[in-house]
Structure formats: structure tokens, C-alpha cells
Ligand binder design. Structure first.
Ligand SMILES: Cc1cc2nc3c(=O)[nH]c(=O)nc-3n(C[C@H](O)[C@H](O)[C@H](O)COP(=O)(O)OP(=O)(O)OC[C@H]3O[C@@H](n4cnc5c(N)ncnc54)[C@H](O)[C@@H]3O)c2cc1C
Length: 368
């Protein structure tokens, strides 16, 4: 007899969300993680409106004392500034530690068995083995992040594409100066500034250069550097890889992958957490129907839009001339930027942008 219906390996956002969603389907669930809460990670810490909706479906809502809502995105670069508001509810800037605590609290209240500091985890016949013994389960969910061992052990590592970039983040004690998340575009990197509290912002640098740290990157953005010069850093600098990876398959036999373990989009999209939560809901529904093929189809569907948006944003990151034109177009025509932002966050289907609008956008970019 299995001990649990589901064992989840990895108690990060994807693993905990999967556990909570599976409990809501009436399944018994255990989570194993080699670390202990609250678990931090280098992240832009933006929860887009769609991510908040998915968390709401799992019974997780944040009151006004947690994080800081922001109403849109501002692009800064190539001599201009362009801002676009979200069409509906605001997004939320939230420290990873606070997000992790909220997920752990919800998982405990849902009746998930949580095993922290579980080491040497490996797939075993009938379940998962770790340093303290064997946990028998019907299904295993691999939610162990970018370097997933479950992905390799289950023979799911084959990727149709894979590209890596590098990121560092640090927090500063300063009142946010805007109600938007800002994305600064430079020749070698992008910098995200996310308001995460009434007196705190997070700064995340993303680049193809492995050694580009926050201070060195800020030097290329004098206005931002001047703002932060008087602000005290309030977290240590933390690095991470950001990987664009598409797997051929995210399930096999009794194993399914979720979150970064199941493939990921570049951090420039701010969509990784939203993907985790939507995949978690889809996976729980598929498990309740005993049908992991259903999850594969849902995973493909959920990942499609963020992948396309990531490719568009990386195109801007890599082509200075094109980026200058696009930013100037957005600055001069805020409606175009708002429509594309609505598509980016899933509030508007891409097909609703008509051919005439795309042609007009193309013409503006060419002539601006
Ligand atoms: C610089 C940067 C900025 C980002 N900004 C944003 C943003 O603004 N908004 C957004 O939505 N997304 C953002 N993302 C993406 C987001 O951080 C990830 O998609 C998300 O953290 C993935 O969650 P996960 O649970 O799949 O993986 P992780 O968060 O990596 O969690 C994996 C868990 O598995 C555990 N684990 C790993 N290996 C083992 C093992 N062998 N045994 C046991 N346990 C193990 C770890 O301890 C960890 O708890 C950003 C990413 C980066 C790198």
C-alpha cells in the first residue's frame, strides 16, 4: 500500500502549489525538500495578476500588509520612458521569503505532510527514497527546480532548446518612487526594479555575462544608480541562472514535472511563478482523472504564450537598434504598449490584436 497518493520532490513555489492543488482534489500528499523554510531565491519577485488569480484558486490571498501592489510596467532605455498599466487588477511585488511562508502555511493547513532537510532523494521502485527512508506513493512530482534530479532519473531531460543567462539580485531600503515595476534596458543587461514593500525595492540584473554583478551593472544606468546611492542595501547579493528550456515531455509513467524542473522561460518575462501555479492546478486536475497525458497537453498550452513573449523580449535585448525603435514607439503610443502588455499577462488573447494593428505597429517601428 502506498503511504501517499503523491510525493512531491521540491518544496519551492511549484512543489508547494502542486501539493496544495492536489490536496484540493482530495489526494494525500507529502513534500520532500533538502532545505528548510523560509527558502529564498534570486528572483524579480513580481507576481503578475494571473499569478495572483492562480494563487487565489488555491486559497492564498495577500492583505495590504504583505508586499506592495503595482499597477503596470515601465520600460526605461535608449533615451526614453514608456509605461503601460495592467488592464484589470494590479500585480504584487513580494519578497520570496514572504511568498514561501504563505505557501508553507497554506500547505500545512491543507494537510500536506512536509519533510524538510530530506537529503539524497532518489526515485525508487514504488516511491521515493531519501536519507531517512522510503516514502511509497502512487505518483511522484518532480518540482526540484532548474537542475532537477528527478527529471534526469525519469528520463525526461531531453530538451528541444536550452539557453542560459545569469542574474544577481539585491534589495535596498528606499521608498519606491513609482507604482510600476521598472525594466531598464542596457546594451549588456536588463535591470528589474520591483517595489516589494513601502520602504523597499528589489533590484535584479539579468545578462549574458556570467560575472556582471549589481554594482557594475548599475554603473551603466546613472539615474538609477544616483537614486540607490543613498539607499542602504538590506539583503545580500544573490545569484541565479535563468534558463530558457523546452522539454520534449514533462511526464512519463508515474512521474510528472512541474515548475522550473519542467522547463522555463527567461526571467525577463516575470512569468516563472505564474507558470508554476497554473501548471500546479492543471497537474492536480490531471492526477484526479488519473491521466498524465491531460497534464502534458495543458502544460504545452500554458507554456506557449510566455515562450513567445520571452522570444520577443530577448529579441529586444539582443538588438539595440530595434529596441530603440520599439521603445520610442511605445513612448509615443501608450495604447500599443498597453495592448501588448495585456496579451503578455494573459488578459487578452493575442488573436484579438488584428492584422491592421500589427501592420500599423510595424510601420511605426520602421518610421519612428
Ligand atoms: C533572476 C530571476 C528573476 C525572476 N523573476 C521572476 C519574477 O519577477 N516573477 C516570476 O513570476 N518569476 C520570476 N522568476 C522565475 C521564478 O523564480 C522561478 O520560475 C520559480 O522560482 C520556480 O519555482 P520552482 O519551485 O520550480 O523552483 P525553485 O524555486 O528553484 O524551487 C526548487 C525547490 O526544490 C528544492 N530542491 C532542489 N533540488 C533538490 C534535491 N535534489 N532534493 C530535494 N530538494 C531539492 C530546493 O530546495 C527548492 O526548494 C525569476 C527567476 C530568476 C532567476
Amino acid at each position: 500500500m502506498p503511504d501517499f497518493d503523491v510525493v512531491v520532490v521540491g518544496g519551492g513555489p511549484a512543489g508547494l502549489a502542486s501539493a496544495i492543488a492536489a490536496r484540493r482534489q482530495g489526494l494525500t500528499v507529502a513534500v520532500l525538500d533538502c532545505a528548510a523554510p523560509a527558502i529564498d531565491k534570486a528572483c524579480g519577485e513580481a507576481l503578475m495578476p494571473e499569478s495572483l488569480t492562480a494563487l487565489g484558486e488555491m486559497g492564498i490571498r495577500f492583505d495590504s500588509s504583505t508586499g506592495l501592489p503595482f499597477r503596470g510596467i515601465r520600460f526605461v532605455g535608449d533615451g526614453c520612458t514608456a509605461a503601460a498599466a495592467f488592464p484589470g487588477e494590479p500585480a504584487l511585488g513580494l519578497r520570496r521569503l514572504a511568498l514561501h511562508r504563505a505557501l508553507v502555511t497554506r500547505a500545512e493547513a491543507s494537510g500536506v505532510a512536509l519533510h524538510w532537510r530530506a537529503l539524497e532523494i532518489e526515485l525508487a521502485p514504488g516511491g521515493v527514497r531519501h536519507s531517512r527512508g522510503l516514502v511509497r506513493s502512487r505518483w511522484v512530482i518532480g518540482a526540484d527546480g532548474q537542475n532537477s534530479r528527478i527529471r534526469h532519473a525519469a528520463g525526461l531531460a531531453a530538451a528541444s532548446r536550452e539557453k542560459r543567462r545569469y542574474a544577481f539580485r539585491r534589495h535596498y531600503r528606499i521608498a519606491p518612487w513609482t507604482d510600476c515595476m521598472e525594466l531598464y534596458w542596457g546594451a549588456n543587461c536588463q535591470i528589474y526594479v520591483t517595489p516589494v514593500g513601502p520602504a523597499q525595492v528589489g533590484v535584479a540584473v539579468i545578462s549574458s555575462l556570467p560575472h556582471l554583478r549589481v554594482d557594475a551593472a548599475l554603473a551603466a544606468f546613472p539615474a538609477l544608480e544616483a537614486r540607490l546611492r543613498c539607499a542602504a542595501p538590506c539583503s545580500s547579493e544573490r545569484g541565479a541562472l535563468t534558463v530558457s528550456r523546452t522539454l520534449r515531455s514533462v511526464q512519463r509513467g508515474r512521474v510528472a514535472l512541474v515548475g522550473d524542473a519542467s522547463g522555463s522561460v527567461d526571467a525577463i518575462t516575470g512569468e516563472g511563478l505564474g507558470l508554476c501555479f497554473r501548471q500546479a492546478l492543471a497537474l492536480a486536475a490531471a492526477l484526479s482523472h488519473d491521466n498524465l497525458e491531460q497534464y502534458q497537453a495543458a502544460h504545452d498550452r500554458i507554456s506557449r504564450r510566455p515562450r513567445v513573449m520571452a522570444q520577443m523580449l530577448l529579441l529586444l535585448a539582443n538588438h539595440d537598434g530595434l529596441r530603440g525603435r520599439v521603445l520610442r514607439t511605445f513612448a509615443q503610443n501608450n495604447q500599443i504598449f498597453e495592448r501588448l502588455l495585456a496579451v503578455h499577462i494573459g488578459a487578452r488573447p493575442a488573436l484579438q490584436i488584428g492584422v491592421d494593428q500589427i501592420l500599423r505597429l510595424g510601420w511605426r517601428i520602421l518610421t519612428v
